[in-house]
Every structure is written in C-alpha cells, then in structure tokens.
Design a protein around this ligand. Structure first.
Ligand SMILES: Cc1cc2nc3c(=O)[nH]c(=O)nc-3n(C[C@H](O)[C@H](O)[C@H](O)COP(=O)(O)OP(=O)(O)OC[C@H]3O[C@@H](n4cnc5c(N)ncnc54)[C@H](O)[C@@H]3O)c2cc1C
Length: 305
C-alpha cells in the first residue's frame, strides 16, 4: 500500500490530528498483541468516518474497522493497510422512552449503564462485555442468555456502495456470533435498541450478579480477547479443551487459561505467533480426541487466513 499517498489524502480531508503511521496495534487490542498498522485513523466525527472509508475504497487501499479491539488478534508483523479506529468521539448516547439510540463507538458498558439510569431492563447481559456498540452489532455479542439480536431495533450503516442506510434488525441476519456486516462490507454507524421499563434496583442487582460471575469464572487478570472459540454444536469449547488435558497448555507466553479453558490468555509477552500456535494445537488435539472442530470466535488481522 502507498502509505504516504493514503496518509496525505486522509490528512487533507479529515480533522487535524486524526491520522498517524506505524501505530502499534498492541496498544489497541485487549490481547495487548499486534505489530504496526501502516496508517491509523481515528475519525473525530461520523462524517470523517465515512470520508475515511470512501478514501480507502476509492484508492483500493485495504482497510479495517477497529472498535475496542476486544475480539481481535493482530499479527506480529502488523497490518499493511489503514486501520480506521472508532474512538471516543463517536460515543453519543440518547434515551427516549424505552428506546436508546447510540453512536457506534459507545461502549456496551456505557449503553447498559444509560439503560440502568433510565430504569430500562434487557441490557444487563451486555454490561460486562468490553466492546463497542458497533463491534457488538457486528458480532451479535451475547452472554448469559442475552444477545444483541434480542434488543436491536436496527442499525444505521454505511453500505458497500457508500450509501448510508437504515437496516432493521431482521435484515441483519443475526445468528450465533454472526451478522450480515461480516459478509458485506457494511460499517455500523449507530444503533437503536429497544428495552422494557424495569426496576432500577433489580437491574443493578442483575448487573452485579453477572459481574461477580465473570470475575469468578473468567481470567480477567490476564489480557485476552474473551472466548477464543465458538461454541461447537452440542458441546462447550472450554470443557472439551479441559477434558483433552490442555488446561495451562502454553507456547511462549500464550496459554490456555487455567481458570477457564475457553480463553487463550497473554500471560506476559505473548506474540501473535504464540497465540496461533496454541490455537492450532488445541484445535488439533480436540479434533483427534473428540472429532469436534473448534472454530475461532476471535477475528484475525494481518494474517493470510
Ligand atoms: C474479557 C473479555 C470478555 C468477553 N466477553 C464476551 C461475552 O461475554 N460475549 C461476547 O459476545 N463477546 C465477549 N467478548 C468479546 C468482545 O468483547 C465482543 O465480541 C465485542 O462485541 C467486540 O467489540 P469490539 O468493539 O471490541 O470489536 P473489535 O474487536 O474492535 O472488532 C471485532 C470485529 O468487529 C468489526 N467491527 C468493529 N466495529 C465495527 C463497526 N462499527 N462496523 C463494522 N464492523 C465493526 C471489526 O472489524 C472486527 O471484525 C469478550 C472479550 C473479552 C476481552
């Protein structure tokens, strides 16, 4: 990619200080892993976000939309393309009646707390998921029996033709960690959520309860990208991995968590290569022992896969 050409085009059209080069992705992923992105853009408005994508598309430059980087493994070599980072300038949240409208960069925890503040129930499941609203719509994030598909009214998105479109939830093909945004080059700009009136004390209690469950069960003391694998048909990834004797299996500083075998964690200075080594080994052993294919839930950037 013509790094300097793209950088110049972006700088000419976007607000000052939105663009930099060779930004280490380890600073922007919850795994704390990843080499440099050739160009790194943090749009300061929705208009700039759309412009940045238009420029990448018209120049044929590879680009990647980054939310909070909480479901992402970036290669040690980094990414020879433009990372468009949806940051804190795109976090507005508004509540009207039982509906919440928020921009794509709003953190799920912020949206869930806005719901709590307005006595709205239905989003408690999302309060502990460390992602952005856009990333959560894209992944149809879910936990403890709840998922985005249950509360989404629809999204505003930039489609593959550069048009801003309103898509109703039933047009998003939301399934288990799947949405139409994955198939098409749609970028989520914002979302509308419908909740129910509830008792703030009960909502708070439910959030506290789920938080305690996460602290007790998940290796939150280590950097990770959450559950590494999707749940295979009729089984749980973590249990299969534990039963296969892989608890604590380690390559370099990448390790199958001892607390929850469904998580590969960065126990120090893990590289992406270490993590990929652990993932491949786990997949191979589980396939040999149980004939189950473990498909990664995490997304990969900068790899040939
Ligand atoms: C400790 C921990 C616990 C977790 N627990 C859960 C859990 O309980 N349930 C769960 O579902 N997930 C969980 N996750 C994973 C992760 O938080 C979710 O998948 C989250 O929705 C990802 O959001 P993000 O903004 O971080 O996305 P990123 O990691 O930045 O990106 C993920 C994907 O979404 C795309 N994307 C991001 N923003 C947009 C956008 N605006 N438009 C289009 N595409 C976009 C990216 O290109 C990428 O392909 C956990 C992660 C961690 C680290």
């Amino acid at each position: 990619m013509e790094q300097l050409v793209i950088k110049k085009l972006l700088e000419e059209r976007l607000a000052p200080d939105s663009v930099c080069t060779d930004e280490l992705m380890s600073r922007h992923t919850t795994f704390r892993i990843g080499g440099p992105a050739s160009v790194f853009v943090t749009p300061k408005s929705e208009k700039d976000l759309v412009t940045a994508i238009e420029i990448c598309r018209s120049q044929g430059a590879p680009y990647f939309i980054l939310g909070n980087g909480s479901n992402l493994l970036v290669s040690d070599q980094g990414y020879d393309g433009v990372v468009v980072h949806i940051g804190s300038d795109l976090r507005d949240i508004s509540v009207e009646g039982t509906e919440i409208t928020a921009k794509t960069g709003a953190m799920l925890s912020q949206v869930a707390h806005a719901a709590l503040a307005h006595g709205l129930t239905g989003m408690e499941f999302a309060a502990g998921i460390p992602g952005s609203l856009g990333g959560a719509c894209m992944m149809n994030a879910g936990a403890y029996g709840g998922e985005m598909s249950q509360i989404l009214v629809g999204v505003r998105a930039l489609d593959d033709k550069g048009q801003i479109v309103e898509l109703a939830a039933d047009q998003l093909e939301l399934g288990y960690r799947h949405s139409i945004m994955m198939e098409k080059q749609y970028v989520v700009l914002g979302a509308r959520i419908h909740l129910e009136k509830g008792d703030p004390e009960k909502i708070q209690a439910q959030m506290d309860d789920l938080k305690e469950k996460r602290i007790a069960k998940q290796p939150l003391e280590y950097p990770s990208a959450g559950s590494t694998f999707k749940r295979p048909e009729g089984a749980f990834a973590g249990k299969l991995i534990m039963d296969a004797g892989l608890r604590g299996f380690r390559i370099g500083d990448a390790m199958v968590s001892e607390k929850h075998c469904g998580f590969v964690v960065n126990a120090g200075k893990a590289t992406a290569e270490d993590v990929c080594g652990v993932i491949s080994h786990v997949q191979q052993v589980v396939m040999e022992k149980y004939g189950k294919e473990l498909e990664p839930e995490i997304r990969f950037l900068g790899f040939d896969r």
